[in-house]
Design a protein around this ligand. Sequence first.
Ligand SMILES: Nc1ncnc2c1ncn2[C@@H]1O[C@H](COP(=O)(O)OP(=O)(O)O)[C@@H](O)[C@H]1O
Ligand SMILES: O=P(O)(O)OC[C@H]1O[C@](O)(COP(=O)(O)O)[C@@H](O)[C@@H]1O
Length: 305
Amino acid sequence: MIYTCTLNPSIDYILHLDHFTAGGLNRGENPHYFPGGKGINVSRLLKTLGISSTALGFTGGFTGSFIKDALESEAIKTDFIEVDGTTRINLKLKAADETEINGPGPVISDRNKQQLLDQIEQLTDHDTLVLAGSLAKALPDDFYKTMVKTANQHDVKIVLDTSSEALKAMIGSPLFLVKPNHHELAELYDTTISSSAEAITYGKKLLNEGITHVLISMGGAGAVYLHDDVAYTAKAPVGDVLNTVGAGDSTVAGFLAGIEQGLSNDECFRLAVASGSATAFSHDLATKKDVEALLPKIDVVETTL
Ligand SMILES: Nc1ncnc2c1ncn2[C@@H]1O[C@H](COP(=O)(O)OP(=O)(O)O)[C@@H](O)[C@H]1O
Ligand SMILES: O=P(O)(O)OC[C@H]1O[C@](O)(COP(=O)(O)O)[C@@H](O)[C@@H]1O
């Protein structure tokens, strides 16, 4: 079973505007409310691709109830821990540019932390645990590391999609898959990355840290994937970009769906890129039909490292 863990879920509140004026009154149109947070998006896209998972993490208040109800209505299993406080609402403004304002989320008590670790204790070597998104307030930077130590005792496969200090703290841990975007990877190595060749250079460093699959998304430029001594590169297909929120999470879900279906590494990567781009071309996350329509348009180029 795949378990996704979103320590800091959100309602993603998406508003469209012709022009966005900072410091002025703006009136938005065409609002959408989606259950969000990186692990939750992974669970939603996996479900779309026919793979079941259980969504773990912390939820609270009316916003937490919205998320649970929304996932249940999509027949996604949840086992969230109820916390005091209110799950955040992340504002995504779509004007000429995309502006995102992500809230801090509620404080997590020591009791809540222990409840989550107790859940992880129950996982087995048949399970995959996706750790995705920012750490909730009051959680130490190395909280993912604590979770991974617990999961490792049961040989659980770990997938990581996070950024900044939380990502830095995880380097050196045994990970099955990491999916930074090129900005997050650049920040990790205090550099800039603006080409696939540079992404491969820094991706190799992650492979050398013992990570089995390294997937680097590069927004509209596509993605790079490294495994053993091979690097795979794919350009993103061209399309009408409607909402890139959740594109990276869809990339993770596409790759994992490929693994679950027993596809070869390059096919898993193609499914990852098709899933990410299909979501970028959708208001909500992509549908299976959207993903399948893009698959033949993804060319994967292989080079030996
Ligand atoms: N403008 C775009 N055009 C086509 N595909 C896109 C675009 N932006 C993102 N994608 C797709 O989504 C994937 C993930 O996007 P990215 O922005 O790198 O992730 P994250 O959301 O984690 O920052 C990309 O690898 C690509 O497949
Ligand atoms: O936990 P963070 O880093 O604040 O990110 C949360 C946000 O990321 C998302 O999961 C989208 O992530 P991606 O665009 O990277 O796929 C949103 O649903 C959510 O608002």
